[in-house]
Design a protein. Structure first.
Length: 421
């Protein structure tokens, strides 16, 4: 009989048969949800026999919710995630017109899911545009609730835009607006608390998994008081809360200025030898290049919302695309977590059997890891690798692979299940 997951003293307490609410999703959501659940169920059964299982509970959001309830995001859905703590969702389409700007953003902000976690790894056999994709092993911590995704905007010509413009010019002395009469305006909030909790989660993640580095990615050379502050708050946090577990590039530069470059290099080498996490920073545009040329130099990436959006998709493209890129939205302070397919709804292929369920399947593996069921998750990773190695893939990867066998959505899931051993 299913029981509820609880969050006690900062840790999940997971029963053997937890209830997992799921949103089917729009477009291809219907195509990928059931096959993904079958793969996840098979991995759990292989790992634990009849001892453990997930009890799936559908909750509504998106078009299906609107048809049945007249609401794109019913209160009952939010309440279910609050009650059961951990869930999973397919892709959701943003409603056109007034109302919710984005269902995904609404879920993240309502439950304060401040971390968007996107692990990026390569599976043998998957086509990649880079020469050594096997060197890619990156884990993106994207801040999920602030930055431009907070949605503070004023359209040109509206009363609010005019008042905001006049306030900037008359009260704040701003004189750099090139075309004030025709400009729309957006506000970019980046807080100390929001930055710290994101970076703290990233550093803890790296320490717990013995990962070598955390890279703070920012555009602080231009936006000094938002993105630059993010970097500075990150370094201060690492040096105060994680004094014995980290070594920062800020500290490296201080030693270099005081004692010279050789002393600084010696300190860095010593820190690495001691297993300390190296906390460093890179400007966003430079990181987009570095991640392609030297992916092995970056393990955990902590960044703000918009940067994280760009970075997530580029890194996913390096290892096969967002069709097989998993993701999670997590609040490590409350235990709330929603795992998700990271791609769109792809309505043009809905119902055709062409959709790749890989993103949702791998997000399910992340869910299993979050529950503390790593053995089941490892079965999924292993079976996916075997399936790709045999060049048995869905249409998105088939077009990029020579000698591949084309499988439908359901056939691909069946093949993964056969490869669970």
């Amino acid at each position: 009989m299913s029981q509820n997951i609880q969050f006690i003293n900062g840790k999940l307490q997971v029963p053997d048969q937890p209830t997992i609410p799921f949103i089917e999703g729009d477009g291809i959501g219907k195509d990928i949800t059931e096959p993904s659940q079958r793969v996840i169920n098979a991995a759990v059964k292989k790992a634990y026999g009849t001892e453990k299982k997930l009890v799936w509970k559908e909750v509504l959001a998106g078009k299906k919710a609107f048809v049945q309830t007249g609401n794109y995001l019913p209160d009952e859905t939010i309440q279910a995630f609050q009650k059961y703590l951990v869930g999973i969702k397919g892709p959701l389409e943003t409603p056109v017109g007034d109302g919710i700007r984005s269902l995904n953003v609404a879920l993240r902000q309502t439950l304060d899911l401040f971390v968007c976690l996107r692990p990026i790894r390569w599976f043998k056999g998957v086509p990649s545009p880079i020469r050594y994709p096997e060197l890619v092993d990156m884990h993106i911590f994207r801040e999920n609730t602030e930055d431009i995704y907070a949605g503070i905007e004023f359209m040109t010509g509206t009363e609010k835009a005019i008042r905001f413009r006049d306030f900037l010019i008359d009260e704040m002395g701003v004189d750099v607006i090139r075309f004030p009469e025709s400009s729309s305006f957006g506000v970019k909030p980046v807080s100390k608390e929001g930055s710290e909790r994101l970076i703290r989660a990233a550093i803890k993640y790296a320490i717990e998994r013995s990962m070598p580095s955390v890279t703070l990615v920012h555009k602080g050379n231009i936006m000094k008081y938002t993105e630059g502050a993010f970097k500075n708050w990150g370094y201060t946090l690492a040096e105060t809360e994680f004094t014995h577990q980290t070594f920062t590039w800020k500290k490296f530069r201080e030693i270099e200025l005081e004692k010279g470059v050789e002393e600084a290099k010696t300190a860095l080498t010593k820190a690495k030898t001691m297993g300390k996490v190296i906390v460093k920073d890179v400007i966003t545009d430079a990181f987009l290049q570095e991640s392609l040329l030297h992916p092995f130099d970056h393990t955990v990436i902590a960044t703000m919302n918009l940067n994280g959006d760009y970075i997530s998709d580029q890194l996913a493209a390096m290892v096969g695309g967002i069709g097989i890129s998993p993701g999670a939205n997590i609040n490590y302070n409350s235990g709330y977590a929603i795992f998700e397919a990271t791609h769109g709804t792809a309505p043009n292929i809905a119902g055709t059997g062409k959709a790749n369920p890989g993103s949702l399947i791998l997000s399910g593996a992340m869910l299993l890891e979050y529950l503390g069921w790593p053995e089941a998750a490892e079965h999924i990773y292993d079976a996916m690798e075997h399936t790709f190695s045999k060049r048995k893939v869905t249409s998105d990867l088939f077009s990029m692979m020579e000698g591949a066998t084309l499988l439908s959505t359901t056939e691909f899931a069946d093949e993964i299940i056969r490869n669970i051993h």
